[in-house]
Design a protein around this ligand. Structure first.
Ligand code: PLP
Length: 405
């Protein structure tokens, strides 16, 4: 008999994953070029050639016992130092290798952070719409996820709604910047306001409230947007990073947790996080790809590819009359669901969204309902697809629009 804790997961198996499976079936039926699958955030840009070359060089140059062996649970010292030096150069910070724990991607990094911090019953606040795995990750450590409703004008943080959700049980707050699913980049003003509220509430309740900044899309920004480096604004911050998106390495499972010296009881927290990494069963981050990213800390994602997709999709859809948040980061577009022309009086957002997502399938368009991010009434389009998919999908969106706009 499986655990009671696992049952709800079986019942609510990820809508995004199911959509992805549906896309594969549709591609078999109609041909891959006739299916417009915007469901999964799986990068369509190949990893930079330098990463592949680094892997080959490491295999040729390094001692194979070293390359394939166990290492410190926090990762190879030279890799952590190379990443710290690169961050210091880019963000004018003062990290050392000891501030980093290499993890099995951001998913594992978030689990390490939460395992390190949470006692049963502790509350963790996040902002809708959000990456739904956060709820599962918090539940893994018997924490309680509390969500803040969005400011649907800007999809920046809803400050007043946030303030009232903080109480003596609040242990941590998770933000995701640039944001999945909205494509919004939180501005410096937003981060300053968030930090000020947290400082005030830490004083009021007399204990640390940690900010966990989930940043797998940090480098994927457009229109000259900049992503504030949160440790500079708020001391009790952990940054969770991944190379899944920035270097198109999602299957390799590599990322890190950054714990700055300024964080309360930093040394003890770093030690605890290192142990959390080990006893989560990951033991350490994968060795070969870890060494490879250590040699590629200054590698860039192919921003021009995503930017062309972003502009074509956003401009195409808004010209058709759809209302979308102009994406500034990540590779997602957030579209407001229009009510169907024949919708019955009183149709709620969730029903309107389901009708829209199902109608899209008629045109072989796969998009993810906003409910999958705790924000009904919207849909997410992952535009990390081929340019042709976007160009060929637009006439199909026009047909969909005729039913709704
Ligand atoms: N956080 C967010 C917001 C994501 O969108 C994702 C993946 O899509 C992750 C974390 C997990 O990333 P990783 O592949 O590094 O585990």
């Amino acid at each position: 008999m499986i655990s009671e804790k696992m049952r709800p997961f079986l019942e609510n198996n990820s809508a995004i994953r199911m959509m992805f499976e549906e896309g594969k079936k549709m591609a078999e039926l109609y041909g891959a070029d006739k299916v417009y699958d915007f469901s999964l955030g799986n990068p369509n840009v190949p990893a930079p050639q330098r990463v592949n070359q680094a892997i080959k060089d490491i295999l040729d140059e390094e001692d194979s016992l070293y390359v394939h062996g166990y290492m410190s649970n926090a990762g190879y010292p030279e890799v952590r130092e190379a990443i710290a030096a690169n961050l210091n150069e880019r963000f004018d910070t003062k990290f050392a290798g000891r501030n980093l724990i290499m993890t099995v991607g951001a998913g594992s990094g978030l689990n390490v952070a939460l395992k390190t911090l949470l006692n049963p019953g502790d509350e963790v606040i996040t902002f809708a719409p959000y990456f739904l795995e956060y709820r599962a990750y918090v539940t893994n450590y018997d924490g309680v996820l509390v969500t803040v409703e969005p400011d649907t004008e800007t999809f920046q943080i809803n400050r007043e709604a946030f303030r009232v959700k903080i109480n003596e049980k609040t242990k941590a707050v998770i933000i995701n910047n640039p944001n999945n699913p909205t494509g919004v980049v939180y501005s410096e003003e937003t981060i300053q306001a968030l930090a000020a509220i947290l400082e005030e509430k830490q004083k009021e309740y007399g204990h640390a409230i940690y900010l966990i900044s989930d940043e797998p899309y940090r480098e994927l920004v457009f229109d000259g947007a900049t992503v504030p480096f949160v440790t500079k604004y708020y001391a009790n911050t952990m940054v969770v990073y991944s190379y899944s998106k920035s270097l198109s390495l999602p299957g390799e499972r590599i990322g890190y947790v950054l714990i700055p010296d300024e964080l309360e009881e930093s040394a003890m927290t770093i030690d605890a996080a290192t142990i959390a990494n080990r006893i989560s069963g990951c033991v350490n981050a994968p060795s070969l790809i870890q060494l490879a990213v250590g040699r590629c800390v200054d590698c860039q994602a192919d921003l021009a590819f995503y930017d062309r997709n972003r502009k074509t999709l956003y401009e195409g859809l808004t010209e058709l009359g759809f209302t979308c948040v102009r994406p500034q980061g990540a590779f997602y577009l957030w579209l407001k669901v229009p009510m169907a022309k024949d919708a019955a009086e009183g149709t709620d957002l969730a029903a309107a969204e389901a009708a829209f997502v199902n109608a899209a399938k008629k045109y072989h368009i796969l998009i993810v309902p906003g409910s999958s991010f705790a924000c009904p009434g919207y849909v997410r389009l992952a535009y990390c697809v081929s340019y042709e998919t976007i160009v060929n999908a637009l006439p199909e969106f026009a047909k969909l629009g005729k039913e709704f706009l």
